[in-house]
Design a protein around this ligand. Structure first.
Ligand code: 5AD
Ligand code: SF4
Length: 458
């Protein structure tokens, strides 16, 4: 792999061919779309804002749940109509669904090209080959690809906060999860290239980076020239924190079985590493956790939470929850509700179990919780989380926080919105401030989703 580091700025209207990218799924996919843009700009593509103007439409897809895939099939029917209207427009499918469904997607009349998550470097070649008139596909997974040398072209709107991918793939094999099959084995990116990317973002005015990986705690880099020289995630976090004290550092996702104390102590040591941990629990029941192959028990999870709170009392914790996994009983469900209360998550992403073809769960465990029960349990979980979020926000009333401003509030330009270190959204009167400013705000009221306050003027 080369170590050349190139940076390309999007210049609207200069490239000959217009590209429209639509991104679904996780933050990793958002970052991947930026990598794709960076690869395609030198090949003459310029980003455009509308499907109607595009010569090339790329859809970066997600396979995590069936409804994510159904949405994409729906979009393809729409793109088919666009292709009937405009014969020359090309449509490409990228990402996890491309990897999972391969030829099934290629055979759709709207699709010209299918490229999996590790094949984006071949996109210019695949696009050129399309000129021959035949459809193109590359879904080869790689043991090494981390796109380390590619500086993604940022497509985010606020210019304040950005993602940096630090690793790809996953080795965990949670029994319900499709990710290891569509994103391949875990590999870590060269830390030097990560630090360089963080520096470049800071130099370009960014104030916050989120380090991304399916399981950041298992980040592991051995220097190829000196394999005894190891970089762990805690060490990487410190390297990024040292880029500049005015650069906030976040990361996602932590795995409860791997999140060690070294990471927590590093977080506590550097004020610019945000006091927030996203720690997916998935279920509060030991029976479910075992069947999900999560490799921790409820008690071990709670021990990690206690350690976070001991080392950083003001650290917020969020989570992911799956309800209705194979064999989940009322008791198992109650265990999930009780762990939610015990931890007091400030927010959670909550899902009904969706069986994914060829995963261990699909092969071995029946998807036997009826749809009505799944949806009833999900409603209970969402309702409880609403109460917990409100309680967590109420506990912040009267407190002061440093807020990184991201832009105007949805309601009016007289108000700004930003986030605390704990990742809570705060709205306050704009005053003289703008995006990218750090402002100290005292919280005066709240909803379950937002803290509302005023700037502290001394
Ligand atoms: N069904 C429902 N939710 C799932 N997730 C992963 N796989 C599935 C599935 N098959 C959820 C998990 C994970 C989040 C990214 O998506 O909660 O943490
Ligand atoms: Fe992201 Fe997983 Fe969805 Fe792929 S399947 S886009 S890795 S959430």
């Amino acid at each position: 792999m080369t170590n050349k580091y190139h940076s390309v700025k999007p210049i609207k209207g200069i490239g000959e061919k217009r590209l429209f990218i639509e991104t679904y799924g996780c933050q990793m996919n958002v970052n991947d779309s930026e990598v794709v843009l960076s690869i395609l700009q030198p090949a003459g593509y310029t980003l455009c804002d509308s499907i109607k103007d595009a010569d090339l439409i790329l859809i970066n897809t997600c396979s995590i749940r069936d409804n994510a895939e159904q949405r994409i099939w729906g979009r393809l029917d729409l793109f088919r109509l666009e292709k009937i209207k405009r014969k020359n427009v090309k449509v490409g499918i990228l990402g996890c669904m491309a990897e999972r469904l391969k030829d099934e997607l290629l055979n759709h009349p709207a699709v010209d090209l299918v490229a999996g998550p590790d094949s984006y470097r071949s996109l210019p070649f695949l696009l050129e080959s399309l000129e021959s008139g035949s459809k193109q596909i590359n879904t080869i997974l790689s043991q090494e690809e981390t796109y380390a040398d590619i500086s993604p072209v940022r497509m985010d709107k606020n210019g304040v906060s950005s993602y940096i991918s630090i690793m790809r793939g996953c080795n965990n094999m949670c029994s319900y999860c499709v990710v290891p099959y569509v994103r391949g084995g875990e590999r870590s990116r060269n830390p030097e290239s990560i630090v360089r990317e963080a520096r470049e973002l800071f130099a370009n005015g960014y104030k916050e980076v989120t380090l991304l990986g399916q399981n950041v705690d298992s980040y592991h880099w051995a220097n190829p020239d000196n394999p005894t020289e190891i970089t762990t995630f805690a060490m990487l976090l410190e390297m990024i924190a040292l880029v500049n004290p005015a650069l906030r550092v976040r990361f996602s996702t932590s795995h409860p079985k791997d999140m060690g104390n070294a990471v927590l102590y590093t977080m506590a040591m550097y004020p610019n590493i945000c006091n927030h941990v996203h720690l997916p629990v998935q279920s509060g029941s030991d029976t479910m956790l075992l069947k999900m192959n999560r490799k921790y028990t409820r008690a071990q999870y709670l021990e990690r939470v206690a350690k976070i709170r001991e080392i950083m009392p003001d650290c917020s914790i969020s989570t992911d929850i799956i309800t209705g996994f194979s064999g989940e009983s009322d008791d198992d469900h109650r265990d999930t509700l009780s762990i939610m209360k015990e931890v007091g998550y400030y927010t959670a992403f909550m899902f009904q179990y969706s069986e994914r073809p060829n995963t261990k769960a699909a092969r071995r465990y029946p998807d036997d919780v009826p749809a009505t029960i799944k949806s009833q349990r999900l409603s209970e979980i969402i309702k409880l989380q609403g109460e917990l979020s409100l309680a967590s926000n109420k506990a912040d009333l009267g407190k002061e926080f440093e807020v990184l401003v991201e832009g105007y509030s949805k309601k009016s330009k007289a108000e700004l919105t930003g986030r605390t270190q704990q990742n809570k959204t705060v709205v306050f009167p704009s005053g003289e401030h703008k995006s990218g400013d750090y402002v100290r705000v005292k919280i005066e009221s709240c909803t379950s989703a937002t803290l509302i306050g005023k700037e502290i003027t001394k």
